[in-house]
Design a protein around this ligand. Structure first.
Ligand SMILES: Cc1ncc(COP(=O)(O)O)c(C=O)c1O
Length: 462
């Protein structure tokens, strides 16, 4: 029963603490108390906890949105190479979304609809995912649920599979809103599977995830008496841009089955693989999923379709209980039907997808990834050989006197003061200080301005 679950987080810690310390967990967090801010609050404890919670990405992202660089209108504004958006496809998207077929309004669009996705949209999504993700079986429209973003999808699935105070294992570094999404209302925690740049134990790549890493984290967590309910996988990874092999995915799914764990695979960057030699494998493309009822895939329109403003994410799962869970709460987190209709038309236009959108997107991403990587390497900053997503994952430690979180944050603050926003890796729970996530999926002149400011701080100290 809901009343019998363990204490909610506002009785023992703040998300701010969760976000800052990343891998801090369990008893350490239980000892810290939630600051309730300066304002006298007449909200509930839960209300106060949520109101006082901070996320690094939200805090600095908000400043970047508030004061955006513009060559003519705001030349002193912030160049944001932090917020995970793709602005390379604006012209092509705008042109397609402005065509007359997009604006067919029907009378039924004025009213309530099935909040977890209209039938038409879910049919198109099922066909699209079957084809583009190369699934072994056709995805059933009934197994596709639509919500207002992948963050929202995670928030819902995490709270459906784990109770307050329970954990999901998550390979780190990872996009830090994951922790926030799981925790802010669902009160679910993340237990990091720490990966480093060191290639130990037979690893052939920095930050490589192995089954042994997953097993060790599971033993560590359960050894501390924590209840682990699932594994959260970001594939392709944000921030490293790594893509997991089918073999590793299968090993992890089999491990999860042995321990009765759910697997939540966030595949939001599935179609943003820019490396021509790399093939993405969805868990839906694996033959014979070991535990289909406990395997849930998240995908959305914010990244692969560069439409973060449309607020649309999907959950693909055959778990009946999860489906009714989503149906019951979709009312609170749905995507407007007009937008569903536009996206339905867009993903059904195969000619445009195959001859224009996807090839152009991949080509532009490849060009900008190479451009930013070359510029950074020219400064002596080594970059990870990313294959997908929107980031150059770069080692700035040559510009730090010590490899510590404090030094990393100092460097971040200097760069931010100079008007360039990139994300320090320890804020993404990287255990190796010195790494930064640098967004490349932006127009070249904008990137040039950001890199000019970056170079100026690193080389001249201003
Ligand atoms: C890995 C990952 N998952 C989820 C999200 C959230 O996406 P949405 O805009 O669909 O909520 C992001 C956004 O940066 C992301 O990088």
């Amino acid at each position: 029963m809901y009343q019998n679950i363990s204490a909610p987080p506002w009785t023992h810690h703040c998300i701010e603490d969760v976000d800052r310390r990343g891998s801090a967990r369990g008893t350490a967090r239980k000892n810290s108390t939630c600051r309730t801010g300066d304002m006298a609050s007449d909200l509930s404890k839960r209300g106060t906890f949520i109101a006082d919670s901070h996320s690094f990405l939200m805090k600095y992202g908000a400043q970047a949105i508030h004061n955006p660089y513009d060559e003519k209108n705001n030349p002193k504004g912030i160049v944001s190479m932090g917020m995970a958006e793709n602005k390379l496809m604006e012209d092509i998207l705008f042109e397609r979304l402005s065509q007359p077929d997009m604006h067919g309004m029907s009378r039924d669009m004025l009213y309530y609809f099935k909040f977890s996705g209209t039938r038409d949209f879910r049919v198109s999504l099922a066909n699209f995912i079957t084809e583009r993700f190369g699934t072994t079986r056709s995805v059933e429209p009934d197994n596709v649920m639509v919500v207002n973003g992948c963050g929202s999808a995670l928030e819902q699935v995490a709270s459906a599979v784990a109770d307050p105070g329970e954990y999901l294992l998550c390979p780190s570094p990872y996009y830090s809103m994951v922790k926030f999404d799981c925790n802010i209302r669902g009160q679910v925690d993340c237990f990091d599977i720490p990966l480093t740049s060191q290639q130990e134990n037979g690893k052939v790549r920095p930050f490589q995830l192995t089954l042994e890493d997953v097993e060790k984290a599971y033993q560590d967590a359960t050894g501390q008496g924590l209840v682990v309910k699932g594994i959260f996988l970001l594939n392709p990874s944000n921030p490293t841009g790594d893509v997991y092999s089918p073999e590793l995915l299968m090993d992890i799914l089999l491990f999860a089955k042995r321990h009765q764990l759910h697997v939540i695979a966030d595949e939001i960057y599935a179609l943003s693989v820019f490396d021509s030699e790399t093939q993405f494998c969805s868990v839906l493309a694996l033959p014979n999923l070991p535990d289909p009822d406990k395997t849930h895939v998240l995908w959305g329109f914010s990244k692969d379709f560069a439409l973060s403003g449309f607020r649309c994410g999907t959950i693909i799962s055959s778990n009946k209980k999860l489906k009714t869970f989503i149906d019951n709460i979709a009312y609170y987190q749905c995507t407007p039907v007009l937008l569903q209709n536009m996206m339905r038309i867009m993903i059904s236009d195969k000619k445009w997808l195959d001859s224009t959108y996807f090839p152009m997107n991949r080509q532009r991403m490849r060009e900008m990834f190479t451009f930013v990587t070359n510029e950074l390497e020219d400064l002596g900053i080594k970059c990870h050989p990313s294959k997908a997503a929107f980031f150059v994952w770069a080692n700035f430690s040559p510009f730090m006197s010590e490899k510590t979180r404090e030094e990393e944050m100092q460097l971040f603050q200097k760069l931010f003061a100079a008007g360039v926003y990139i994300i320090p890796g320890t804020e993404l729970f990287c255990v190796d200080p010195g790494w930064f996530r640098v967004l490349f999926s932006l127009q070249k002149p904008y990137l040039q301005e950001g890199l000019k400011r970056l170079r100026s701080v690193l080389v001249r100290g201003i």
